[in-house]
Design a protein around this ligand. Sequence first.
Ligand code: GSH
Length: 197
Amino acid sequence: MALTLYYAPISCALVPYVALTEARAQFDVHLINVRSGEQLSADYLKMNPKHKVPVLLIDGQPLTENVAILQWIAHQYPEARLLPTELDEFKAISLLAWCASGIHPHLSPNLAPERYCDVPGSEGGVRRCAQRFLLESFRIADQMLRNREWFFDHFTLPDIYFFWCYRRASLFNVDTSGLPNCRLHYNRVLTSRVWRQ
Ligand SMILES: N[C@@H](CCC(=O)N[C@@H](CS)C(=O)NCC(=O)O)C(=O)O
C-alpha cells in the first residue's frame, strides 16, 4: 500500500506523522509550505478543497481530517494498539473529537486574529479570548492526567493529539504554568516515544 502524508512543520499534520511512525508504517512525507500558500494551489485544492494539512493519500485516495486519518491508522496497524478497546475506544474517539473541535479551533486565532474579527485593534482581545478557551480545556485535561502517564492505560492516539495542542499553545506563549500534569505529559511524549528516536 502506498501512503503519502501531506505535512507542514509545526502544523497539526504532526499528529498523524507521530501516529504513523509509532505504528512503524512505511510512508512518504510531502512537505507543503503553508506560509507561502501552497495549500491554495489548484493541484492541492483538487485533493483537499478545504486547503488544510494533513491529507493522507492512501493508494492515491485522499483522506482528510485528523480524527478520520488517526482512526484509519489505528485500524490499519492494530498491533500498535493506538486505540484502547471496548468502551475506552469510544472514549478515546471522544477525546480526539474534543482536540479537533474543542481545542484546535482556539489555537488558530492566536496565529491570525484578523481572520476572526476585522475590527481594527481587536487582535489582542481575540487572542485573549482564544487563550481563555484554551486554558479552560487544558485545566480539564490537567485533571484527567493527574497521577496518570497517559489518557488510558497505555499510549494511544489522544496522547498524540493532545500533545500537539499543548505544544502549539505553548508556542503561542499561552501561560500553562499552573498545569503541571499537562507539562509532564508533554515531556513524556517528547522523551519516551518511537517518533523521537
Ligand atoms: N479539521 C482539520 C484542521 C486542519 C487544520 O486546521 N490545518 C491547518 C494547519 S494546523 C492548515 O492546514 N491551515 C492552512 C489553511 O487553513 O489554509 C483536521 O483536523 O485535520
